[in-house]
Write a protein that binds this ligand. Structure first.
Ligand code: GDP
Length: 446
C-alpha cells in the first residue's frame, strides 16, 4: 500500500510512503538509477515515468521489517512539494502494483504488527491534530509509551492479586491467605486506578478546553466580558436583564492553552419559566466548571442576589471580576472585597472599553496552572477513560466482596473483568469494530 504522507500544497518537500513485502520491488521500477539498497540509508535518485521521462529528483529510504513504522518492509520517497508532483509519483506506484492506503492504515498495521499499543496509536492521531503547545506536551508523553507502562504495571498488580486467590483455590486444604493482606493489596490497586482517573479528568480538560464559566446577576456585563475575552461578538449584549437564557460556549486560546468560555443566564430568583430553565443550567454549568468568573457590577451596591451566587460558588475555584469601572461613581473595590470576604483575586475591568482584560487572561491561566501542569497520568481519550472507569467499578466490586467475605471465586471473576478492561484500553485484546472505528478517523498516509 502507498500514500502521500505530507499535506497537499506548496512546500519544500513531500513524503510518499509505501509499506508491505513488495515495497522495494515496486519503488525500484520507477527509479532511474539502479540501487543495491541497504536499509536506513538515504539514496539520491530520479523518478521516471513509463516512457523513461524524469518526473522528479528524489531521496529514497528503505526500512527492513520489522524495523520500520509499520513493522513491514517500507520505503519513503522524499520528492518536491506542491500540488502535482507527489500525485504523479503515487500514480506511478499504483500503476506498478501498489494499492492506495486507507485512512490510518500505516498506524493500524503498526498496531497489528505489535509496534505500538492503542494508547500510542491514539496519541499519534492526537499530536497531529493538537492545536496548542500544552496539548502537545500532554500527548507527547504517550508517544513514549509512558502511560502504557503505567497501565501494564497496574495489570501486573491485579494479576498478582488474582494469583494469590488462585493459590488458595488450588490448595484449599493447605493454603489460607489472610483476608487483611488481600484487602490491602486490593486497596493499593484501587487507589492507583483512582489516581489515574483523577489525572485523566485534568488531561481530558486540557485537550478539550478547560471550562471557564461566567456567572453573575443579569446585566452586570457577563456577555460583554465573554465578547471581550473572545475578541469577537459571540454573545448578544442587551440592556434588558435576563436575555442570555441559554448557555453560550466559545472556544478561546490564551498562551497556547485551550479554554471553553461559558456564558450563563444571570443567576437570580425568577418566575419566568424560560429564564428559570436558563438559571438551572447556569447552576449546573458551575458544577462542571474548572474555573468560575464571578462578575459584579461596579455601578451598583452588592445585593442579596450577588451574595446568593457567591454562596453557590464559594467552595469552587473562582475569580471576582468587578465590571463597568469606566462608569463614574463606581463602588469602591476594597468595599466590595470586604463585603464578599473573599481571598481570591478581585479584578477590575471595563468589558465595554476592553480595559483590564489582559489581567483577567493572566489570572485565568494562573488559576488553572495545576490542572495544566499535572504530569502524572496520561489518559488522553474518552475511550481510554471509559475502560479505566469500568476497571475501577470491577475493582470496587472485588474489594467490597473481599471485605464482606464473599466467596473468593466471585472476587476472582471481578478481578478478571477488571483485567479485561485494561486489555481493551491498551489493545491487548480488541475487536475488529473497535480497531476500524479508531483508525478510520486518521488521515490517509498516517
Ligand atoms: P449580562 O446580562 O450580564 O450578560 O450583561 P451584558 O453584557 O448584556 O451587559 C448589560 C449592559 O451593561 C449593556 O448595556 C452593556 O452595554 C453594559 N455594560 C457591559 N459592560 C460594561 C462596562 O464595562 N461599562 C459600562 N459602562 N457598561 C457596560
Amino acid at each position: 500500500m502507498a500514500a502521500i504522507s505530507s499535506p497537499k500544497g506548496i512546500g519544500a518537500i513531500a513524503v510518499i510512503r509505501v509499506s508491505g513485502t513488495l515495497s522495494w520491488e515496486i519503488v525500484r521500477k520507477i527509479l532511474a538509477k539502479s540501487v543495491e539498497v541497504e536499509p536506513r540509508k538515504v539514496y539520491h535518485n530520479f523518478v521516471i515515468d513509463k516512457d523513461g521521462q524524469v518526473v522528479d529528483e528524489v531521496m529514497v529510504v528503505f526500512y527492513k521489517a520489522p524495523n520500520s513504522y509499520t513493522g513491514e518492509d517500507m520505503v519513503e520517497i522524499m520528492c518536491h512539494g506542491g500540488f502535482v508532483v507527489s500525485e504523479m509519483i503515487l500514480e506511478l506506484l499504483i500503476n506498478n502494483g501498489a494499492r492506495l492506503a486507507g485512512p490510518g492504515e500505516f498506524t493500524k498495521r503498526a498496531f497489528l504488527n505489535g509496534k505500538m499499543d492503542l494508547t500510542k496509536a491514539e496519541a499519534v492521531k492526537q499530536i497531529i491534530e493538537a492545536t496548542s503547545r500544552h496539548a502537545v506536551k500532554a500527548i507527547s508523553q504517550n508517544l513514549t509509551s509512558r502511560f502504557y507502562q503505567m497501565v501494564k504495571q497496574l495489570r501486573e498488580d491485579v494479576l498478582n492479586l488474582l494469583a494469590h486467590l488462585e493459590v488458595e483455590f488450588d490448595y484449599p486444604d493447605d493454603v489460607f491467605i489472610e483476608r487483611g493482606y488481600l484487602l490491602k493489596m486490593a486497596e493499593d490497586v484501587l487507589s492507583k486506578v483512582e489516581k489515574l482517573l483523577s489525572n485523566a479528568e485534568n488531561r481530558l480538560a486540557v485537550s478539550s478546553g478547560i471550562k471557564v464559566v461566567i456567572v453573575g446577576k443579569p446585566n452586570v456585563g457577563k456577555s460583554s466580558l465573554l465578547n471581550a475575552l473572545a475578541k469577537e461578538e459571540k454573545a448578544i449584549v442587551t440592556e434588558i436583564p435576563g436575555t442570555t437564557r441559554d448557555l453560550i460556549e466559545v472556544p478561546i486560546t490564551i498562551d497556547g492553552i485551550n479554554f471553553t468560555l461559558v456564558d450563563t443566564a444571570g443567576i437570580r430568583t425568577s418566575n419566568d419559566k424560560v429564564e428559570q430553565i436558563g438559571i438551572e443550567r447556569a447552576i449546573k454549568a458551575c458544577g462542571k466548571a474548572d474555573l468560575i468568573l464571578f462578575v459584579v457590577d461596579a455601578t451598583t451596591e452588592l445585593d442579596e442576589n450577588d451574595m446568593r451566587i457567591l454562596e453557590l460558588i464559594k467552595d469552587k475555584r473562582y475569580l471576582v471580576v468587578i465590571n463597568k469601572i469606566d462608569a463614574r461613581d463606581f463602588v469602591d473595590r476594597e468595599k466590595i472585597k470586604q463585603i464578599l470576604k473573599t481571598n481570591t483575586h478581585v479584578l477590575t475591568v471595563s468589558a465595554l472599553k476592553k480595559e483590564g482584560i489582559e489581567e483577567v487572561e493572566k489570572q485565568i491561566v494562573n488559576s488553572v496552572k495545576d490542572v495544566i501542569l499535572s504530569t502524572d497520568g496520561y489518559v488522553t481519550t474518552h475511550r481510554q477513560y471509559e475502560h479505566l472507569l469500568e476497571c475501577k467499578r470491577n475493582l470496587v466490586k472485588a474489594f467490597e466482596s473481599l471485605k464482606n467475605s464473599v466467596e473468593l471465586d466471585m472476587v476472582a471473576e471481578d478481578l478478571r473483568s477488571a483485567l479485561k478492561q485494561l486489555d481493551l484500553l491498551t489493545g491487548e485484546s480488541y475487536t475488529e469494530d473497535l480497531i476500524d472505528k479508531i483508525f478510520k478517523e486518521f488521515c490517509v498516509g498516517k
